[in-house]
Design a protein around this ligand. Structure first.
Ligand SMILES: Nc1ccn([C@@H]2O[C@H](COP(=O)(O)OP(=O)(O)OP(=O)(O)O)[C@@H](O)[C@H]2O)c(=O)n1
Ligand SMILES: C[C@](O)(CO)[C@H](O)COP(=O)(O)O
Length: 244
């Protein structure tokens, strides 16, 4: 065997073993209060097509990969309820439940306690329509590029509003950002040692602060975030269309 071929095979073997050694860890954050939904029950526990919003989300991640480990971050006051909620969940043995923090950033940071040596998916518990195929495409892209941030196109015209003025901007320069935001743990974990900044509304922003460029991948229009009551109506209609 010539030297070049031997070197090539050796590199491929190392990449293969590296990929084989990565765990798959989904941090599903559901530690919020859902103030914009204005419901007595936090929106992640509201019923959607016969089961709690959060259970749909957990099921999508469990279905994506048999070896997916799931870390569920929820308000501590709801631990007992979540135990009951998870009883019918597939792969309940793969789920760890942890307490939420003051903001989404703090909840993610709590969830990252057990995420070493992994491809880490950070997902909003209130995006219950995420598909297993989007989760898998984020995984492949994160292995290849270090990160994968799902995005969709803007459909409306947009304006920048600042100091009492407003002006049209080119919407082609903007994308709508979704989750699961997916990273190799060696990129994500050091970023979450940064002090909190209110601009950290997602993980891409945190990682970027450390100087990394993030890789965008196509998201799904149906992967909506349940934020206000209308979103629940839309989600129910989309699930009905899927026959769920
Ligand atoms: N302290 C927090 C705040 C938010 N989240 C989670 O982050 C996701 C996206 O946040 P958002 O839609 O803003 O949820 P809430 O903060 O609950 O809603 P609101 O801002 O309307 O209060 C949700 O799954 C939410 O539960 C969290 O885990 N911990
Ligand atoms: C992470 C996110 O869902 C990406 O769109 C979004 O930034 C969450 O923002 P929110 O203010 O917590 O709803």
């Amino acid at each position: 065997m010539n030297t070049d071929l031997r070197a090539e095979l050796s590199t491929r073997k190392s990449v293969f073993f590296l990929v084989m050694n990565y765990r798959k860890v989904a941090i599903i954050v559901a530690g919020g209060a859902g103030t914009r939904m204005q419901s007595a029950t936090p929106k992640q526990f509201l019923e959607l097509a016969g089961k709690p919003v959060l259970l749909h989300t957990v099921e999508a991640f469990a279905a994506a990969y048999d070896d997916m480990e799931i870390v569920l971050v929820v308000p501590e006051a709801h631990f007992a309820y979540v135990d009951t909620l998870l009883k019918p969940a597939p792969a309940v043995s793969r789920i760890t439940v942890l307490g939420g923090g003051e903001t989404r950033f703090h909840s993610v940071r709590n969830g990252l306690q057990k995420a070493e040596n992994a491809v880490v998916f950070v997902h909003d518990g209130v995006r219950p329509l995420v598909s297993p195929s989007l989760i898998r495409s984020c995984y492949e892209a994160a292995l290849a590029h270090g990160s994968a941030i799902p995005v969709v196109e803007m459909k409306d015209s947009i304006r920048e509003v600042n100091g009492g003025m407003n002006k049209a901007v080119n919407r082609d320069h903007y994308k709508i950002i979704q989750t699961p935001q997916t990273f190799l743990s060696e990129i994500l974990l050091p970023a979450f040692e940064l002090p909190y900044d209110p601009l950290f509304t997602d993980e891409a922003t945190v990682v970027e602060r450390l100087g990394h460029r993030v890789h965008l991948v196509p998201g799904e229009e149906s992967n909506i975030k349940i934020t206000k009551p209308l979103d629940l109506t839309i989600a129910a209609a989309l699930l009905k269309e899927r026959g769920q």
